[in-house]
Design a protein around this ligand. Structure first.
Ligand SMILES: C[S@@+](CC[C@H](N)C(=O)[O-])C[C@H]1O[C@@H](n2cnc3c(N)ncnc32)[C@H](O)[C@@H]1O
Length: 213
């Protein structure tokens, strides 16, 4: 998907303020973003040597934490359409001495060959896509995963209007139903392994796998 095509086809809500984004995460996690990322990664159960793709990687904190888990034999890629987010992610990885490959790209047309990854991650990103593009992302996830490969999708659920927290005011109205995530990925032919609540910030998770192996 080119930038002009992206504009005309509704590519998603692309973020351009990486410094602001990291500050928001710092606020939401009360300064404990590393622990937050490790908690999210537990659902992916990464193993040393695995090959991982983080879609909509933003400023790269999750991808960097993933690389630490897969170790020197594993490799991690991050993709995001925002040049500003990618630049900050690459700088962060360099500064921390962690080797992650970040590149610009869209979830709907991933710049990778088929069957390259053991694991795909997507956190706080699915709601950025227009509804009509979500099945395209799921089809792409299936294409780039190896047979037996798995995907972890984490996003924010709906909230009762009377139960809004500071998170809802800081994070705005972004949300997606768990049922929709399940429906989109199972319609793309993935097998749903596990779903549930993350236990913080009203987040829910879905783990699914490509049949085979
Ligand atoms: C809320 S941020 C989440 C970033 C990161 N995954 C995290 O957990 O902090 C959503 C990201 O999705 C990206 N995004 C928007 N549209 C996208 C698309 N079509 N494909 C891939 N990423 C997209 C935005 O640029 C932004 O960096």
């Amino acid at each position: 998907m080119t930038t002009s095509a992206a504009k005309s086809e509704g590519a998603g809500k692309i973020l351009h303020g990486p410094g602001r984004y990291d500050f928001l995460l710092w606020l939401l996690t009360l300064g404990k973003e590393t622990a937050f990322r490790e908690k999210l990664l537990r659902f992916a159960a990464l193993k040393p040597g695995e090959s991982v793709l983080d879609i909509g990687c933003g400023t790269g904190t999750l991808a960097i934490a993933a690389k630490r888990q897969v170790g020197p034999a594993g490799n991690v890629f991050g993709v995001d359409p925002s040049p500003e987010m990618i630049a900050r992610a690459a700088k962060k990885a360099r500064k921390q001495g962690v080797e992650v490959s970040f590149r610009e790209g869209f979830a709907q047309s991933l710049p990778f060959p088929e069957a390259q990854f053991d694991v795909v991650l997507s956190t706080l990103m699915f709601h950025h896509l227009p509804k009509s593009s979500r099945p395209e992302m799921a089809a792409e996830v299936r294409r780039v995963l190896k047979p037996g490969g798995r995907v972890l999708v984490i996003d924010t659920g709906r909230v009762d209007r009377n139960k809004k927290s500071i998170f809802d005011y800081l994070h705005g109205s972004h949300r997606v139903d768990l049922e929709e995530v399940v429906d989109v990925f199972s319609s793309a032919g993935l097998e749903i392994l596990e779903t549930g609540a993350v236990g913080m910030l009203r987040l829910h998770f879905t783990v699914a796998r490509v049949p085979g192996r």
